[in-house]
Design a protein around this ligand. Structure first.
Ligand code: SF4
Ligand code: SF4
Length: 181
């Protein structure tokens, strides 16, 4: 029985283990620490811009899940006035087809990925809840102009802890940034 055959492999494995034992951790202490997400993330929310929406319902027709419910009436200027714009995010698969199909850029995917709820009903979002706000910001998915305003994604591989590290918390986005499309 040769020593090389059975001993070297164990020694190599142990050396690798020891090397990693003394290496500083590169994990993130979520949820206290958060990475800046991809600019084109399809987060688990949508953002709706009522001032751009014409009530054409193209988004609703594009949704393979039938998640978007729109009710309109004809306004004074022979236009559609949106009475109801509701999205059931509980059934949404965040494919982004509704966003891609909107001819007026009135719908965008959101940046957030923490929209879990305890009740299914809370996942049905009304037009008031879908509006842009400090906590509901659009991502750059299918929206290059928004993408250009968003911070660069932070990756653990680029995080230099010895130099003080990269700022890991989500950069707060201003309302102005979301509207400046
Ligand atoms: S496709 Fe766009 S403009 Fe048409 S109803 Fe949907 S969000 Fe509004
Ligand atoms: S993201 Fe996809 S599944 Fe969700 S509402 Fe839009 S089209 Fe429907």
């Amino acid at each position: 029985m040769k020593f090389e055959r059975y001993g070297i492999g164990i020694a190599k494995g142990m050396a690798l283990t020891f090397k990693h034992l003394f290496r500083p951790p590169i994990t993130v202490q979520y949820p206290e620490e958060k990475l800046v997400v991809s600019r084109r993330i399809r987060g688990n929310e949508l953002v709706w811009y009522p001032d751009r929406c014409t009530g054409c319902a193209t988004c609703a027709k594009s949704c393979p899940q039938g998640n978007i419910e729109i009710v309109t009436h004809v306004g004074d200027e022979n236009n559609y006035v949106v009475d109801k714009f509701e999205v059931d995010t509980g059934r949404c698969m965040f494919c982004g087809l509704c966003v891609e199909s909107c001819p007026y850029e009135a719908l965008a995917m959101g940046l957030s990925y923490e929209r879990a709820q305890y009740r299914r009903g809370q996942l049905v979002l009304s037009k008031e809840e879908l509006r842009l706000s400090d906590v509901r910001q659009p991502s750059g998915y299918a929206r290059p102009k928004i993408e250009a305003t968003l911070p660069e994604q932070s990756l653990l591989v680029n995080w230099d802890r010895e130099k003080g590290g990269q700022k890991l918390s989500l950069v707060p986005l201003s309302k102005k940034r979301g509207r400046g499309v």
